[in-house]
Ligand binder design. Sequence first.
Ligand code: NCD
Ligand code: ZN
Length: 346
Amino acid sequence: MTHTLTLVRPDDWHLHLRDGAMLKAVLPETTRHFARAIIMPNLVPPVVTMADASAYKARILAAMPKGDSFTPLMTLYLTEETNPDDLAAAHAAGLISAVKLYPAGATTNSASGVADFDKVRPVLERMAEIGCPLCVHGEVTDRDIDIFDREAVFIDRVLDPIRRAVPELRVVMEHITTKDGADYVKANPERLGATITVQHLMLDRNDMLVGGMRPHYYCLPILKRRDHREALLAAATSGDARFFLGTDSAPHPTHAKESECCSAGCFTAPVALACLAQTFDDAGALDKLEGFTSLHGPAFYGLPVNTDTVILTKSDSPVTFPKEIKNGADPVTVFNPGSPVYWSAP
Ligand code: NCD
Ligand code: ZN
C-alpha cells in the first residue's frame, strides 16, 4: 500500500551551492524540491559586498535547470571590514536576505570570518536598524575548547553578549546541534530562530565513529551525543515556529571527503525531504513536518508561504538513493542515513 503526504513546497534556510561546475551539478538537487534557499556566502573568496552577491546570484540563476522555479536568497559574509552602507544598500535593494557570521576559522572557508566581535558591533547595530537578520555559525574556535563543547561555549561567550548588546537584532542560530542550543532558543523567544539539519536529526556521533570512521557523516558543527540529537528532534517535532529546516547541504568532491584530512560537510540536498519524512514518521510527528519544512521559516523571515506543493510517497519497502551525483571528474557522494527510508520525494 502506498501513502502520500502533501506539503506546501519547502524552503531550505541554509544551503551551500558553491560555484562553477559544482554549482551546476548540485543546484538541480535543490530546485527539484525547494522553492527558495538562503545561500551561504563562503565561497573562495567569500561573498562580502553587494557587487559580489549580485554577481553570485546571477551565476546561480544562469545555472538553473530549465523548467524549475527557484529563488536564491542571498547573504553577505560578515568580515571585520564589512561596510554598513554597502550592506544596507544590498538589503534595501532586496538582494540580500541575511548576513552570515562565521567566527574566524570555525569551518570550511571561514578564514575571513570575525575574530574581534567588537569590531563588527556598528554593522550589527545597522542591521538591527534596517531589519536584516544575522545568521550565526555558533561555534567558538579557541584551540583549548573541545570540539564537542564549542556550541555551548559560543552561546555563553559570544551569542548571548551580542544579543544583549544589540537586542533589536534578529538572529538565526544556524544548524544547532545541542540541547543547549535548543534550550537557548526556547528560553529567548524574542527575535531568535534556529535551523536544524537532516543529519543532526538522524545521527549522533556513534553513527560517525563506532565500528569505523565515516567521513560522509563528518560536518561542522560535529555530530553530538544521542541526548542532544533527541533534544533537537523534540524541538523540530514540537511545532514551535522558531525551529525550521536548514539542510546545510554542503557538497565536497568524494575524494575530499575520503581523504587523510576529510572536508566538513554532508551533501543532503537530494535526500533531505525523504529523510525528514522518515524521521518525523518514526517520531509519530508527520503532522509537524510541514511547519518545519515550509511554514516556520517564511514566518521568521517575513516572507510569504509558497503557494504550490510537493507530494511525498511512502512505499512498502525501503527506497534506494543514488550513491553519488556526477560532477565531471569529481563526483559528490550523497548522504545516506544508514537506516531504512520508506519515503521519497519527486
Ligand atoms: C560547510 C561547508 O562545507 O561549506 N561545512 C559543514 O560542515 N557544514 C560550512 C559550514 O556551514 O559550516
Ligand atoms: Zn553551512
